[in-house]
Design a protein around this ligand. Structure first.
Ligand SMILES: [Fe+2]
Ligand SMILES: [Fe+2]
Length: 305
């Protein structure tokens, strides 16, 4: 099957995008979240709800959260975190309603094809080694720490088909510590690998229990570093799993003349992907097979995951 991947949208979506994905022929669409430029996901969610292929989204840290709440989470301010999380279950429910028929997943499993399930990981992830939005995750998903999150993910995987594709907001730990790694920390290089450890452990568990993890699709760590100097590697291969960071931000360039997405092909024994740029009329204007390195060759598989 062929799946269209849309990275962090951050306000870059219009009717041409909807028209393109409704006629492009993808069997399913996966969205990594972060719909608004900063806060306020509902206008983009409303536009996305006109998509007709089966579509699945994971909420990012910018979805159903507020400015003060984001500040509180970053500052790790206990009281402010608690107060600003009070209305979050209702905000997430409203987002899910607005997105419908798109499915907003979280610690959940969704059949994509015979023997192929989608597993949606921890929502609202913000990277690093902390469980962000703990009050919300605890109330709605019973998850109070990263170990509990790993256990919740493993429970979903245990029920899943042999082959799985994982959709996460931030990618897993283990793919590198430098700012140009798929989920390396660019805004504070000293923090190194900014991938999610709960997700990395759940992937290891999936393999150990006989699953084939065909692809892991995530975003959050935007392709271009915050200082505008480093382009990160956007894909990696390890243990027959294709890891993809789809967060090209902004995903629309040149006044709408180039729109980014990734095509993921999953066949019985092969997983391949390519970046596609389409124009406002939906014609492909550029394509590039993933993963790629600076010299255009496939990099050697990484060992960590
Ligand atoms: Fe994000
Ligand atoms: Fe983002």
């Amino acid at each position: 099957m062929q799946i269209g991947l849309v990275g962090d949208i951050h306000g870059a979506w219009d009717e041409q995008d909807t028209r393109f994905f409704n006629t492009a022929g993808y069997d399913a669409l996966l969205l990594t979240g972060d719909l608004p430029r900063f806060v306020g996901s509902l206008p983009i969610a409303r536009a996305l709800s006109a998509l007709t292929p089966p579509a699945y989204m994971i909420a990012g840290n910018h979805d159903a959260t507020g400015l003060v709440q984001l500040y509180a989470e970053m500052a790790d301010h206990p009281r402010l975190k608690r107060v600003t999380a009070l209305g979050m279950p209702e905000r997430v429910a409203r987002l899910a309603e607005t997105l419908s028929p798109i499915t907003l997943g979280a610690y959940s499993r969704h059949p994509l094809a015979e023997n192929l399930d989608l597993v949606v990981a921890r929502p609202h992830a913000m990277g690093g080694d902390r469980l962000y939005f703990r009050d919300y995750l605890s109330r709605v998903h019973g998850v109070t720490d990263l170990d509990g999150s790993r256990a919740a993910l493993c429970r979903v995987i245990d029920e899943a088909a042999r082959d799985i594709v994982i959709l996460a907001h931030n990618g897993p730990a283990g793919l590198g510590e430098t700012p140009d790694a798929p989920f390396g920390c660019d805004f504070d290089p000293a923090r190194g690998d900014f991938g999610d450890v709960d997700l990395a452990e759940a992937i290891t568990h999936a393999r150990a229990t006989g699953h084939r993890v065909r692809a892991v699709v995530a975003g959050h760590m935007h392709h271009l570093s915050k200082d505008g100097r480093v382009w990160r590697r956007t894909a990696a291969v390890a243990h027959d799993t294709l890891y993809i960071n789809a967060a090209r931000v902004p995903r629309i360039e040149n006044g709408g003349a180039r729109r980014h997405h990734i095509a993921l092909d999953v066949t019985e024994n092969e997983t391949t992907a390519e970046t596609r740029w389409v124009d406002a009329d939906g014609n492909i204007v550029a394509r590039e097979a993933l993963p790629v390195t600076d010299d255009g060759a496939s990099p050697a598989p990484v060992d960590a995951l």
